[in-house]
Design a protein around this ligand. Structure first.
Ligand SMILES: [Zn+2]
Length: 267
């Protein structure tokens, strides 16, 4: 008598998710809580969508890790502005992958392909945002705030640059392309829909970053920051809703990208 049956493929998927999560922790891309969250998320996505799900998640995770480790010198100046370091904790992992996990669970219970497209769009949005924030700061000129139309310091939420926008578009297309290549047959309308939804998620991210995301001023060095504590003292709030931090904005933009796809269900 068996309580539940496990095939060889599931065991292999679990071992690979375990290995990648462990590797993410060892290479300091993930904190311990981040690695544990990645393990849970990988198991959910791998269980429902098998190797295709893991490849998509892996493409997001690996490309983001590569970008964040490259050109670290030119990005050192923005680390102090951000609330968190490049070591991702559980909040960052769920903010980026939570909506995708939710959509794949809905796919599991309904069997409707549209939840699968939402899942892909949610990952495309997370990837779009990550590529934009990792590659954007390499733009030679400072980014333009979409709120004041003034040039602001690199790494400021709600600011855009040409390179960051191109990276956002490429990041979304990258995931959308892999998803549709795995999802036989390759359908161009879906490719355009998922790429656009992912990019629009990033546009939402920028707008929310400009208008609603919480920001502080450091009373010591008077630089604006997303961190609660700067230069060892509590920073003073300058704008935004207190619940709207970077993780919340990321979660919402990925969730909305997935939801946007559903507007195109025919009939
Ligand atoms: Zn400071």
């Amino acid at each position: 008598m068996t309580v539940f049956s496990v095939d060889k493929s599931s065991v292999l998927i679990f071992l690979i998710v375990l290995l990648v999560s462990y590797g993410g922790w060892k290479t300091r891309n993930l904190s311990f809580s981040g690695a544990l969250s990645a393990l849970i998320m990988g198991c959910i996505i791998g269980y429902v969508y098998g190797w295709n799900g893991l490849l998509l998640l892996g493409a997001f995770f690996l490309s983001s890790s590569i970008w964040s480790k490259l050109f670290t010198g030119s990005k050192a100046e923005i680390e102090g502005r951000l609330a968190k370091s490049s070591v991702r904790d559980w909040q960052q992992v769920w903010a980026n992958g939570g909506p995708a996990a939710l959509f794949i669970i809905l796919y599991h219970f309904t069997g409707s392909e549209w939840w699968l497209y939402s899942f892909a769009a949610a990952i495309a949005a997370a990837n779009s945002d990550t590529w934009a924030s990792e590659i954007g700061p390499l733009n030679r000129k400072s980014p333009l705030s979409i709120r004041s139309f003034k040039r602001v310091k690199k790494g400021t939420s709600g600011a855009v640059s040409l390179l960051g926008t191109v990276a956002a578009l490429a990041g979304s297309i990258f995931i959308s392309f892999i998803f549709l290549t795995l999802h036989d047959p390759f359908q161009w309308p879906l490719f355009i829909l998922i790429s656009s939804a992912g990019f629009l998620g990033n546009v939402f991210d920028t707008v929310a970053g400009a208008y609603w995301q919480e920001e502080f001023i450091c009373p010591v060095c008077s630089s604006s920051t997303e961190a609660y504590i700067h230069c060892g003292v509590p920073a003073v709030k300058s704008k935004g809703f207190s619940w709207m931090n970077n993780e919340c904005v990321n979660f919402l933009s990925s969730f909305l990208a997935g939801a946007a796809v559903l507007l195109f269900i025919p009939g």
